[in-house]
Design a protein around this ligand. Sequence first.
Ligand code: ASP
Ligand code: MG
Length: 409
Amino acid sequence: MALYVLKFGGTSVGSTERIESVANKIIAFREQGHDIVVVVSAMSGETNRLLALAHALDTQPDPRETDVLLATGEQVTIALLSIALQKRGCKARSFTGGQVRILTDEAYTRARIREIDDKRIRQELADGCVVVVAGFQGIDEEGNITTLGRGGSDTSAVALAAALKADECQIYTDVKGVYTTDPRVVEDARLLRSITFEEMLELASLGAKVLQIRSVEFAGKYKVPLRVLSSFEDDPGTLISLEEENEMEAPIISGIAFTRDEAKIVVSGVPDVPGIAYRVIGPVSDAGIEVDVIVQNVSADGTTDITFTVKRADCEQTRQIIGRIAKDVNARDVTVDTKIAKISLVGVGMRSHAGIASKMFKTLADESINIQIITTSEIKISVVIDEKYLELAVRSLHSAFGLAEEGNA
Ligand code: ASP
Ligand code: MG
C-alpha cells in the first residue's frame, strides 16, 4: 500500500461535472488500496474573479484581507469534492490549510511554507478517509490566513507529499505532461516520459510553465517524485525525479525552452577598470530588477561593452536607470533592443557529451540566423537572437537534435 498526494488544478475542478469525474478518478485509485491525500485549486477563473472584486473596491487592497478573500476559492472546491466522494460511498473529509496546520511565514500573498503538522492527516488516513486539503493557503504563527502566490497549490501538494513522505506526488492538469518544447511552436514536440528536477527547473524558468517553479525546487530539495499528467486522459504523463545514475544513458538534450519576454541592453565603450560591472549592474539590481544574461567582452582599447537582459516589463525602468549612470561611468553609448528572443537547449546528458554547442551554432548558421549572445551552464546552452527568427530556430534545433524521436541520441 502506497501513499499518494494527488493535486487537481483549476480546470480539473472547474465545474460540478468535472468534480464528479475527479471523484471517480480518486475512487479508482483508492480501490487499488492506496492512501490518498488530495489537494485542489479553486475552480478555474475563481481566483481572478475574487481579485477583481477586491480591486473594484481598492486598487491596492490590504494584503491580509486579500488572502482571507482568495483562500475562499479553494475552500469551495475541497467541500464540493468531499461531497462528491461521500455521495459515491467513499469516506472523505476536507480541510483548509489552517486546519491541517500548513504553517507559513507572515508574507501575505506570497507566503512560504515553514512546517506542516502531519498528525491530523495521518489520523484521518488511519480512519480510512480520503483527505482533501485546500491548496494555495496556510496559516501564520498568529493564526492569520496566508496564500502562497499564484499557482501555489502545486507547492502545497509537494510540501504535503514531503511532510507525509508520500511515494509520489501527482499533479493533474490540462496538459499531458512536459514536452520537448512548446507544441504550439513545434507540431511534433514529444511528451517526455521522465526528466530530472534540474532539467525541469531550467525548462520551467525558461517558459515551459506547467508547474509553479517553487514546487519543483521543493520537490528536488525533499526528493519527492513528482508526476505531471492530464486529468482528462489515461496517460502516465511525465515523471520528474532525481538524476539518473548513469548520465551516459540519458538523452543529451531533454528539451528546448524559449522566451520572448526579455529585452537586451548594451552599455558600450565603458572604461575597462575594476568595479565597472558593479557600477552598471548594481543600480539595476538595487531597483529590484532581475538581470538575466550578462556578458562583458575583453577590451582591446581600454574600453569594454557590458550587455545584459532584463524582463521586457522592466525595460523602461532599466533604460532610465542606465540613462542616469551612463555619464558617471563614461559610457560611449547605450542601446536597448526589445525585439529579442532567448532559446535554451537543456539536458543533463550534455555534461558527458562534447560538441553540442557547435551543433547548435551550425544549425542556426544553416538557417542564416545571427546569434547575438551565447551563455552556457553545465546542463544548458542559451542563445539570444532576433525575435523574428524564434520559431524557425526552435523548429530547426528540435529537428537537428532529433527530439521528436523516442530515445534520441
Ligand atoms: N487558485 C490559485 C491561483 O489561481 C492557486 C492555484 O491554482 O494553484 O493562482
Ligand atoms: Mg496551476
